[in-house]
Design a protein around this ligand. Structure first.
Ligand SMILES: O=C[C@H](O)COP(=O)(O)O
Length: 396
């Protein structure tokens, strides 16, 4: 990572991950002629309010990942709507996403649109999480009875919108050029309220051209007791009834959408920042890592002490980094030694067959053998460095 800022290092790791994942799904992508088998990567959530920055980041990722089956995920915030398509919490925003997709296809000037694909990532469970709270505040039996119903109802109406928008003259003109419908992808499908059925956000949302993304918990529950059948448009009038009953109770769908969008962007930013912080910490610790060529002179005056090398390395938290030959365990002697760091006699101690680095350093055992070990060395009590200690000479 030397010479790189942390964010560039982060993207380098991400791009490598995405390219590796590509290899796993490539056969599906080929079999389905580009219909399935995609890997997605999100642009930085720090750009959620920056249209130009988001477009640049999306182009950059598309270029460096350099695979045909990569989806670049862009938050469907007001600023990013021109470039589309995840973190959708409301029907109004979803409609804008579909329009952005169609606008993009029309503006592309391509005569063959068949290689352009897209998904619109509609978040489900979080809608209930917020609306349930509001219903509990209202507290009437009617309000309480609507808990756990808003998210699925809105998702079912989103599917109606999908069917409406991907039909009719405008769409037909694009379809003639090979355009593919932008599929609805259900995100946030794990149940947050343990009182609800564990397949609540999967089972009622099954239908053609939908994609359900499931964390393990939701996937395992569905494998265990879910039933695959078309459910997404079997109860449309019930969904409409729930949607308008909520409105009548004072639930403002526009507020729900913008509130969840703000929270969503905020939480993505938080996770992104925390990942960068972790990388920064790791980079700092690597920077303080030093290789110290230590000359260890083993003096011949002490008796042999048996020891098990690998157990010892594990005990001191060291890692064997170079091995010239493996000294037979239970045969190696660690005797009194003189340890020289940069030719300065550093310390010499012998204790129970182990040799310790000491003085201003905390004590860590060192031992003899034709091996190099990377061992943690603590200076004072706070600053840790790693020293690679090579045993360069020994005499018995
Ligand atoms: O991609 C995002 C996830 O689907 C979010 O799910 P969540 O609401 O369970 O955090």
């Amino acid at each position: 990572m030397s010479g790189k800022d942390i964010e560039s290092a982060y993207w380098e790791l991400v791009v490598k991950d995405i390219q590796d994942a590509y290899k796993l799904v490539e056969p599906i992508y080929d079999q389905r002629d580009g219909g399935d088998g995609y890997v997605s990567v999100e642009v930085s959530p720090r750009l959620a309010d920056n249209t130009e920055g988001t477009i640049e980041a999306a182009k950059y990722l598309h270029k460096v990942v350099d695979r045909p089956n990569v989806y670049i995920k862009i938050p469907a915030t007001a600023s990013c709507i021109t470039s589309i398509k995840e973190l959708i919490f409301s029907l109004a925003r979803y409609e804008a996403v579909i329009d952005a997709y169609s606008d993009g296809l029309e503006a592309s000037g391509l005569s063959d649109l068949s290689r352009v694909t897209s998904v619109a990532s509609f978040f489900v469970s979080r809608v209930d999480t917020l609306i349930d709270k509001l219903l509990e505040k209202i507290g009437t039996p009617e309000a309480l009875d609507l808990r756990g119903k808003a998210a699925v109802a809105q998702a079912a109406l989103a599917y109606q919108l999908y069917q409406k928008k991907f039909s009719g003259p405008r769409w037909e003109a694009l379809a003639k050029k090979g355009a593919r419908k932008q599929r609805l992808l259900w995100a946030s499908t794990s149940v947050k309220n343990p009182a609800y059925p564990d397949t609540l956000y999967v089972a009622p949302l099954i239908g053609p051209d939908t994609v359900s993304t499931m964390p393990d918990q939701a996937l395992l529950a569905f494998i265990d007791h879910g039933t695959v059948s078309r459910t997404i448009d079997t109860n449309v009038s019930e969904a409409e009834g729930i949607y308008s009953a909520l409105e009548k109770l004072g639930i403002d769908w526009a507020y729900i959408g913008s509130q969840l969008e703000d929270e969503g962007v905020e939480s993505f930013k938080k996770s992104f920042d925390s990942r960068l912080d972790t990388l920064q910490e790791k980079a700092n610790s690597l920077k303080s890592e030093k290789t110290i060529a230590a000359k260890v002179l083993i003096l011949p005056s002490f008796p042999a002490a048996a020891m098990d090398f690998s157990r010892l390395v594990a005990t001191i938290g060291g890692t064997s980094v170079h091995r010239r030959r493996t000294p037979p365990s239970s045969q190696v002697l660690a005797l009194q030694c003189i340890l020289l760091f940069d030719s300065i006699p550093f310390a010499h101690y012998a204790w129970g067959g182990l040799v310790f680095i000491s003085t201003s350093f905390a004590c860590y055992p060192l031992f003899a053998g034709f091996r190099s070990y990377r061992i943690p060395v603590r200076i004072g009590s706070a600053h840790a460095i790693y020293a690679t200690v090579r045993i360069v000479r020994q005499w018995f």
